[in-house]
Design a binder for this molecule. Sequence first.
Ligand SMILES: C[S@@+](CC[C@H](N)C(=O)[O-])C[C@H]1O[C@@H](n2cnc3c(N)ncnc32)[C@H](O)[C@@H]1O
Length: 263
Amino acid sequence: MTPSSSTLRAADQITYLDQAAASYPGRRYKQQLLAALDLCPGHVVLDVGCGPGTDLPALAAAVGDGGAVIGIDHDPAMLKQAQHRSTTHPQVTVRSGDAHALPLDDASIDRARTDRVLQHLADPRQALAELRRVVRPGGLVALAEPDWDTLAIDAPDSATSRGYTRYIVSDVVRNADIGRQLGRLLTDAGFEVASIEATVAMFHDYQAANDILRMPAVVQRAWQSGALDENTARAWLTSLTNGPFLAAFTFFTAIGRVPTTNS
Ligand SMILES: C[S@@+](CC[C@H](N)C(=O)[O-])C[C@H]1O[C@@H](n2cnc3c(N)ncnc32)[C@H](O)[C@@H]1O
């Protein structure tokens, strides 16, 4: 869910993704997404932007020995880690590829998921078109994306909280409000929208929030770029660590179905 992934080295990025997956909001939505995919033994399932392979073992367990799991990512460090984490699951294949041009045949996939990837892409619509191409009629896709424009952080200096959210939206995450767009993107790509869910990821603890939000690193970038005043931003950060803490943002999941010729 990071707003600061571009500032992280590969090892930090993997640690970050592990922490996000282990957090309560992370575990909750990943379980929901897995259930919504309605996986059956024998299915071929695709994870686009699989990262370090966080979700590949659960997908492998759901499709069984007779199924196949394909994890695709464009980052060699992620692929190496995904490969490493999948060694005990022979039905998992990890492949290098671009979400905008999937190295897969038309209608060759039963189920596909993409989890916090569209927010980073140059052309999310092209990625959706590719998912529509490779998923068979009747097949499902599951999308999960945050909406950073909804990030609310309580602080005595609410103007800096707003400025911080504005900085993430304008300068840090490429498609920061993609979460709210998922239904429209699915429809425009030719999917039927089976469901859209919005949940709030809420944090009452600064450290737990920081595992996801990485506020010191982001706020430093903000003052270095002139988006926030350094002294004001430092005081804002100190107030977060001292006082009662609350941060929340909306996280969207959407399920799309490829129409069958009869529907
Ligand atoms: C926030 S991480 C999420 C990883 C994983 N889905 C998870 O839930 O832990 C985003 C992933 O998308 C990958 N990614 C970004 N752009 C991509 C592209 N154009 N094609 C393939 N993978 C991409 C990144 O390398 C990274 O591993």
